[in-house]
Ligand binder design. Structure first.
Ligand SMILES: Cc1cc2nc3c(=O)[nH]c(=O)nc-3n(C[C@H](O)[C@H](O)[C@H](O)COP(=O)(O)O)c2cc1C
Length: 338
């Protein structure tokens, strides 16, 4: 058991994040497509963290249903993550309005000022991802109420810069809005270090996949428990003519097939057997539906087992409350020694 003094110190460090989110621990459960649904989201919020529904793969009706179902499981605040390039983004924001969602996260590319305004107009707090300092400033000018800075250690779609560098570039400079640090955080000591650098809180995804409350397929969870940091690799692009979106996931047979597909497309292109655009589409479509195949259907050989490098710190299936308590205890243990 940690001393009250350590807990109070931690509370001081993340007070801004707690106030912004309206929860006990300023720890966001980063939205994970297919996985961050009513069960994981409500469990996170009920345990004192902040759950976020992954709305990226949903249409308006499904999102509406999911928000209502989550509300039935928790009376604590939670957020909704929307992907900016979704063709029905406006309608999805309207669904959030109908349900008076308190926090909207706009992910997957820079949101327009109009989308930020649309969410703010009904009273939601808007959280945006910022991959660089200049963009952070622009997002704040456009109305973002908080930022997530996510480094390349994270699972899923990633940018090129690691968390430790983003944190040094952005935390000392941006003071106008709360900033949540994401990517590669697996333990409370790391969480504390970012809070001490000025973060308002953190966002984690990988660490929550093996929560008991998480609906991910047991094969997906087992793959996480088996894996070490070095197994969570980014997709490799072979030829600049054929761009590959960087995604961090566990290496598997799907990864090998992806390399073969790229080589085959490049060869066909070089022989004049395929147009560049058709080749690019073949590569782009390779992973379509692949996260669901792994996370829900359990095909961890050929699906996309998106995971961050912190996967090596995922050792067993645990209730969400236990994971959050561990993180807080690890941070407090450091504060105790001061
Ligand atoms: C399986 C998986 C799926 C993810 N899906 C999404 C998503 O749909 N939208 C999004 O904004 N971020 C997504 N992320 C990123 C997380 O929200 C979070 O920012 C990230 O996991 C934090 O880094 P960590 O994995 O090192 O904890 C995903 C991450 C994982 C591991």
């Amino acid at each position: 058991m940690m001393s009250e003094a350590a807990k109070q110190n931690l509370d001081k460090l993340w007070q801004r994040g707690k106030d912004f989110l309206g929860c006990e621990y300023a720890i966001l459960g980063g939205a994970m497509s297919w996985i961050s649904e009513r069960n994981l989201v409500s469990a996170l919020s009920n345990a004192g963290g902040f759950g976020v529904i992954a709305g990226g793969s949903m249409g308006p009706d499904l999102l509406s249903e999911e928000i209502a179902a989550t509300k039935a499981l928790t009376d604590k605040p939670f957020g909704v993550n929307l992907i900016t390039m979704h063709p029905q983004l406006d309608e999805l924001i309207d669904v959030c309005k109908e349900h008076a969602v308190s926090h909207v996260v706009l992910a997957g590319g820079l949101p327009s000022a109009a989308s930020i305004k649309q969410a703010k107009d009904f009273g939601a707090k808007v959280i945006c991802f910022s991959p660089a300092l200049v963009l952070a400033k622009r997002l704040i000018r456009n109305g973002a109420d908080a930022l997530v800075i996510e480094g390349a250690e994270a699972g899923g779609h990633i940018g090129p810069v690691v968390t430790s560098v983003l944190a040094q570039e952005i935390l000392p400079v941006i003071k106008d809005v709360p900033i949540f640090v994401a990517g590669g955080i697996g333990r409370g000591e790391a969480m504390l270090s970012y809070l001490e650098m000025g973060a308002a809180g953190v966002q984690m995804g990988t660490r929550f996949v093996c929560a008991e409350e998480c609906i991910a397929h047991e094969n997906f969870k087992k793959a996480f428990i088996r894996a070490g940091a070095k197994d969570a690799m980014t997709t490799v692009q072979i030829d600049p003519n054929f761009p590959v979106i960087p995604v961090r996931a566990l290496n598997n047979k799907g990864t090998e097939e992806f390399m073969k597909t790229q080589r085959a497309v490049i060869e066909k292109f070089n022989n004049g057997d395929v147009e560049k655009l058709d080749g690019q589409l073949e590569i782009e479509h390779f992973w379509a539906g692949a996260l669901k195949k792994a996370a829900i259907d359990g095909d961890v050989e050929f699906g996309s087992v998106m995971a961050g490098q912190s996967v090596g710190m995922v050792k067993k299936e645990q209730p969400i409350s236990e994971i959050l308590e561990e993180l807080v205890d690890q941070a407090c243990a450091v504060l105790e020694t001061r």
